[in-house]
Ligand binder design. Structure first.
Ligand code: OGA
Ligand code: MN
Length: 207
């Protein structure tokens, strides 16, 4: 199994453009220990609160007329972070992603116009089949971002994000301890986990 370039949160804070360098060179980058412990815990608590109130909805695949709920393709339940039911950590997270978007526009001239992100809870045994985040009929999603909100994850808990790099080699990322940023044209899948798996998936879009 191959690996990804990786930055830690301090290096990312000191020089965010290093993320752009990694995307340009490799199409993907792992950012260790981002978000910070306090934001991570705030997001996790916010997601748990929404979940306990039944505010998460089964995710759909496709868009417009082709939109459908397909538990065989993806098993997660989600809530968009710009929903007023979400708490302050969701707004902070979106503000960070907006900064990353601005940085990527300055460095890579991607013309990204907006950011969207949702909380996602995958039940034990549920995954997301191999896919691209760019829809067949729309290339609006350009950059994908996933932050993991799990604690105490063991190797045999499963639930890795399997990402096919530009050179076609797969990388498995356990869903803990940071975030991954990758070009939305790259194929990836969520392997089933033995436990519930919590994350935020986000996209930077050209409109
Ligand atoms: C997605 C996705 C990956 C993950 O929501 O489109 O690919 O690791 N999520 O949660
Ligand atoms: Mn995806």
């Amino acid at each position: 199994m191959s690996s990804l370039p990786s930055l830690n949160a301090d290096a990312f804070a000191a020089d965010p453009a290093r993320l752009a360098d990694a995307l340009r060179a490799h199409g993907a980058c792992w950012i260790a220990d981002w978000p910070s412990r306090s934001l991570h815990d705030g997001l996790r608590d916010d997601l748990r609160r929404l979940q306990s109130r039944g505010e998460l909805a089964p995710a759909a695949v496709g868009r417009a007329d082709g939109r459908a709920r397909r538990g065989d393709i993806r098993a997660d339940r989600t809530c968009w972070l710009d929903d007023p039911r979400c708490g302050a950590p969701a707004r902070h997270f979106l503000a960070h992603l907006a900064d990353v978007r601005a940085m990527l526009n300055r460095t890579l001239f991607l013309g990204l116009r907006s950011v969207e992100a949702h909380y996602a809870a995958y039940p034990a045994g549920g995954g997301y089949a191999r896919h691209r985040d760019r829809f067949r009929d729309s290339d609006a999603r350009v950059v994908s971002w996933v932050s993991y909100l799990n604690a105490d994850w063991a190797d045999d808990d499963g639930g890795a994000l399997r990402l096919w790099r530009e050179d076609g080699a797969p990388v498995d990322l356990p869903p803990i301890g940071g975030s991954v940023c990758f070009l939305s044209e790259l194929e990836h899948e969520v392997l089933p986990a033995r436990r519930e798996r919590l994350s935020i998936a986000g996209w930077m879009r050209r409109d």
